[in-house]
Design a protein around this ligand. Structure first.
Ligand SMILES: Cc1cc2nc3c(=O)[nH]c(=O)nc-3n(C[C@H](O)[C@H](O)[C@H](O)COP(=O)(O)OP(=O)(O)OC[C@H]3O[C@@H](n4cnc5c(N)ncnc54)[C@H](O)[C@@H]3O)c2cc1C
Length: 485
């Protein structure tokens, strides 16, 4: 099986109908979405549901099957149950529910396997019913294919092979637009830059790119058909499925049809932020050979990875950037183009999906004549929350880089990844409906607005990576007040 086979739009997409979706009346707002990743496709779906007309352009010639796994917040699955029931069913079908066990770098089990408890097990849906939604861990290519299937089912135009080179806006004509690699210009009432980390929209939105600092760490990542690994009996014995055929996600300090392994290591400056450039397995083995006691069976597992299967992603820090909207308010960034996350945050995809819901709702409330203020309100509603999620990812990164297995700190076991209740028990659409007016008042008359989608009791303070690193170097605890659990 080829690792990076393109998805055939006519053959491989799952069947996802929209018979149970309630579409809002047309708003007359035209949206042009750049990027058919998680954030872009969800923006297209939510814009369509809210009555805006929408089209998508994507630079890849075809949907990409690159990438391995990410977590999707249970609040997003609850949103699918509320508004996209077929998509919810597809997500349950393709989910890889797993238990988690923590290990030392030499493979000794420290805790687990146990369910990853994040928030209450049961979510309240919009009709008042309670729904138990498990932790969702998705294979990115399959999750993107599910979103794309829903988009295609609605007849939303997705142009592949359309690389955007520039963004522009014209406040007099109340239009924004993009320039494609072939010089073609396309305009709309609002352009959504969902083109990821290397977005071309920063020049217009912020006058230039956000500075990225090397974290000094890089991460090898891969996923491939599990039969390749299980053909070795020692590997099969070491990593059996748990009772009920449940896979175990093992996190080593410091199942079913696809196996995924990730390894954070000191950066040698050769990794880059790309899902398409791969490294040879020998690079990984050079590192593991220097770890005293690193189990031979783990090296055997690494060796089963197919050629061109390992990405070496350089982990970069970026300070939170408060502004995601162009001066005239007609180009707005969502997902990674607005904010990037460390792998330890487990939240990059979820925050992109929450952005999409918030933006489409703001445009719906504002209406065609208020697009510029609606995008700014969306930005204000989202920024502090996203910045707190980024901060929580930094805290997880520190825990994982220097795991202390013996003592539990006040914040719980000091080696366990934590995602707060405040992150998961959250309804992005409802929050937008409730607080849109307050933010409008805040922007127009300066009336104070206090975000309520951040850790309870915490008063937001801007932060930078440099300040955090200095705290870590001074040996200070990363504590910020409020309840982050
Ligand atoms: C191929 C790929 C594989 C990934 N694999 C993983 C993974 O295994 N685990 C994980 O945690 N995260 C992965 N990510 C990142 C993860 O999807 C994002 O962090 C998160 O979901 C936020 O999504 P996004 O839509 O903002 O950005 P992305 O998912 O990065 O999507 C951006 C989209 O914009 C397109 N694009 C970029 N530039 C242009 C341009 N100039 N013109 C037109 N289109 C453009 C890209 O091709 C891409 O489809 C992957 C991203 C990509 C693109």
């Amino acid at each position: 099986m080829s690792l990076h086979q393109a998805i055939d739009l006519n053959r491989d997409l799952p069947g996802v109908s929209a018979t149970q979706v309630n579409f809002h009346p047309p708003t007359g707002i035209s949206c042009l979405v750049v990027g058919a990743g998680v954030g872009g496709l969800m923006t297209a779906l939510e814009c369509r549901r809210k009555g805006h007309s929408v089209r998508v352009v994507e630079r890849s010639p075809a949907p990409s099957t690159a990438g391995d796994f990410f977590s999707i917040g249970r609040n997003i699955i609850a949103h699918f149950y509320n508004h996209w029931p077929d998509l919810a069913a597809e997500c349950e079908r393709i989910n890889y529910p797993s238990l988690v066990a923590y290990h030392t770098i030499t493979g000794e089990r420290v805790s687990g396997p146990e369910a990853l408890r994040i928030g209450e097990p049961s979510m309240t849906l919009n009709d008042g019913s309670q729904k138990i939604i498990p932790f969702h861990r998705h294979h990115r290519p399959k999750f993107v294919a599910a979103l794309l299937a829903q988009v295609k089912h609605l007849g939303i135009d997705v142009a592949f092979g359309a690389k955007v080179t520039d963004y522009f806006e014209d406040s007099d004509r109340q239009k924004a637009g993009i320039v494609l690699h072939n010089g073609e210009r396309i305009e709309a009432d609002v352009v959504v830059a969902a083109d990821g980390i290397g977005t071309k929209s920063n020049k217009l939105v912020n006058g230039g790119d956000t500075r990225a600092y090397s974290s000094g760490m890089s991460i090898f990542r891969t996923s491939f058909p599990v039969e390749l690994a299980l053909s070795d009996p020692e590997i099969r014995d070491r990593w059996p499925l748990l009772d009920g055929d449940v896979p175990c996600l093992e996190i080593w300090g410091g199942y079913s049809d696809i196996i995924c392994w990730l390894m954070t290591h000191k950066s040698d400056g050769k990794g880059i932020e790309s899902w398409n450039q791969t490294v040879d397995v020998s690079r990984v083995l050079q590192i593991t050979s220097k770890i005293p006691g690193f189990p031979e069976v783990a090296e055997r597992l690494i060796k089963t990875t197919p050629k061109n299967g390992i990405v070496d992603w350089d982990i970069m820090w970026r300070d939170p950037r408060e502004n995601w909207v162009s001066p005239a308010g007609r180009v707005v960034q969502v997902g990674d183009s607005a904010h990037t996350f460390l792998p330890s945050s487990g939240s990059g995809a979820t925050q992109a999906l929450e952005d999409a819901i918030s933006l489409a709702t703001c445009l719906e409330i504002g209406g065609k004549s208020n697009v510029p203020i609606a995008t700014k309100i969306h930005n204000k509603l989202r920024f502090e929350r996203v910045s707190c999620v980024q901060l929580s990812g930094f805290m997880n990164h520190q825990k994982q880089s220097n795991p202390v297995y013996a003592a539990d700190s006040e914040d719980g076991p000091s080696f366990k990844v934590s995602l707060g209740n405040w992150m998961v028990m959250y309804n992005s659409e409802k929050y937008t409906y409730v607080h849109y007016g307050e933010v409008l008042n805040h922007l127009l008359s300066g009336r104070p607005f206090k975000a309520q989608n951040i850790p309870p009791g915490y008063t937001y303070k801007p932060w930078t990576i440099k300040e955090l690193m200095a705290k870590v170097e001074r040996g200070e605890q990363l504590r910020f007040g409020g309840d982050w659990s």
